[in-house]
Each structure stands twice: as structure tokens, then as C-alpha cells.
Design a protein around this ligand. Sequence first.
Ligand code: K1U
Ligand code: ZN
Length: 185
Amino acid sequence: MSVREIIILPDQRLRQKSATVTSFGKELRKLVDDMFETMYAAPGIGLAAIQIGVAQRVVTMDLAKKDEPKQPQVFINAEIVGASEEKATYEEGCLSIPEYYEEVERPAAVKVKFLDIDGKPQEIEANGLLATCLQHEIDHTNGVLFIDHISKLKRDMVMKKFKKAAQHATPGALAKDDKQSHHIG
Ligand code: K1U
Ligand code: ZN
């Protein structure tokens, strides 16, 4: 098992739509093991494979509290098949947008269809933090980030901050978007 690097905004890979998983063998188990190790090390309560640069519809999660035994959960090819009219607001964070937290309103309850690690179909009805986390992670598999659910003003501020940080980290390695906005190349 290995801790993988988590990709950070504004990396455009975060905007990719991940592919449906069709193979349930050793390679998938290794990816899931690495995702758990990466998620626990971060630490985080959820992780989508695209956050480690793998564009496959794989999500890991563990919502156990510090003093509780681990509760690892895996969701493959997860999709929302029902959502409540009622909304709930949670303060969300994202391992790909470190140290930024904002309140996000989403359906309070969702019904999610997914496959387990053996490829067996499963269905779950979730509310509370599980519902929020599932929606956040399923969004990742569709190239959507939690900042897409906040105001444009706040989103623009976050994007600006992370683009600036990326430029300082790797000068000369501007993302395609940045080059256009700065009229370079
Ligand atoms: O997908 C991710 O980036 C992981 C993210 C999941 C998430 C958090 C909050 C609401 C919705 C989805 C995180 O895990 S951020 C870190 C975090 O919330 C946390 C870390 C350590 C202990 C408790 C929470
Ligand atoms: Zn996230």
C-alpha cells in the first residue's frame, strides 16, 4: 500500500469526468488500498480516485469518529438515483482545496446506487454527513467541486488564491487556463 499525492486546485484533472469501472480484480483492490492509505494519512473522511489522478469512478470513505473503530466504505460507479426536496447545509472541505471551508446547501437525503468491491450492486439511503459526503465525492467523479455550489464571488476568490499559489510553487508551469487569462503563449 502507498500514500499517493493528492492533486490540488487548479489542476485541470479535477475537472475530468471519471470512467465507469468494468474490471473488479487485483488492480482495483490495490487502487482502493492506496486510496484508503492516502485518505487516512491526509487526514480526510472521503476521497475520489481522480484526487490522486486516477479517472475511475471509485470513492473511499470513513465517517467513524476518532474514538470509534474504523468504518471503511467503498463506492464504485456510484450514482444518485433519488434526492429529497429538503435541503441541509454543512461546512465542507476538500483535500484538493486545502484549508478552505465553506457552507454548502445540498439535498438532505439521497438514494445512491453503487457497486461494491466485488462488483455486486448495492443501494443506500443516506442522510446527515453520509449524504453530504456521498454527494461531494460523486461530484468529484463528475468533475464537479464543492466550490461550484458556492457564490461566484467566493469561487473566483478561491481560484485566484490557488492559481497564485501554483504559480509560486512551479514558476513557468502555468496551467492552460492561466496562460489564456494572462495572454501568454
Ligand atoms: O473529497 C474530499 O476532498 C475529502 C473531504 C470530504 C468531505 C468533507 C466534508 C464535507 C464533505 C466532504 C474531506 O475529507 S475534507 C477533511 C475533513 O473533512 C476532515 C478531516 C479530518 C477529520 C475530520 C474531517
Ligand atoms: Zn473533495
